[in-house]
Design a protein around this ligand. Structure first.
Ligand SMILES: [Ca+2]
Length: 214
């Protein structure tokens, strides 16, 4: 092999190695993984995801508002260029996601949602509650440049030990909290972990950005 070729390969390798950890993410359909995406094509409540891969059960989204009586609450067929938008003031979303019942694992969860107004809170509750911890490894809210009326929320969590399922609770408020779509990817990873937490988070974020359908 010519020296210049070796040099070029070395440069590429070093460049990649310095930017991306050895093992950085999973593909949808990998062992122990699930994914589910709600686009709210109809007004069903609870709502089943429009697209999913989850061999461990049936994920579900419940929409509600704590306001009594509600000023406005419902699923709009169209809103600001988006179809199928849940709205409430505030709007509460609960996502229940079953998962692989293996207590020897730890779990990674990534969520991405398209919404309007203010994110009041987002929490994840592993079930059953066990001794362990939930670590939020990433959170970002960014305006969609091509569609600045809407924002993208991206959150990642590391959970150990692995719970049987998750409940993710989101509240969106402001002058009408609105949710156009939300997707969740999860994976159960057998211990001992072979990947670094921070590196894994960065890599999975790259995957989510590639998958983003906005
Ligand atoms: Ca929608």
């Amino acid at each position: 092999m010519k020296k210049v070729t070796v040099l070029l390969i070395s440069i590429v390798f070093v460049g990649v190695a310095s930017a991306v950890p050895a093992q950085v993410w999973w593909d949808r359909g990998d062992e122990g993984s699930t994914w589910q995406e709600w686009t709210f094509d109809d007004s069903d409540n609870p709502a089943a995801p429009e697209a999913l891969f989850n061999p461990y059960g049936e994920p579900e989204a419940k929409l509600s508002t704590p306001e009594v009586p509600p000023d406005y609450f419902g699923c709009l067929a169209q809103m600001d260029g988006r179809q199928g938008v849940w709205t409430g003031e505030p709007l509460d979303i609960k996502l229940d996601i079953p998962n692989r019942p293996n207590l020897e694992d730890h779990k990674e969860v990534w969520l991405e949602g398209v919404f309007q107004r203010d994110l009041t809170h987002i929490t994840i509750t592993p079930s059953p509650t066990m001794d362990g911890y939930v670590n939020e490894v990433y959170r970002d809210i960014s305006v969609i440049q091509s569609d600045p009326q809407w924002y993208v929320l991206t959150v990642g969590w590391y959970i150990e030990p692995n719970p049987l399922k998750e409940r993710i609770c989101i509240r969106i408020s402001g002058t009408g909290g609105r949710l156009d779509r939300v997707g969740v990817d999860t994976i159960c990873i057998p211990e001992p972990a072979t990947v670094g937490l921070l590196g894994l988070g960065a890599g999975m974020l790259a995957v989510l950005r590639r998958r983003r359908a906005i």
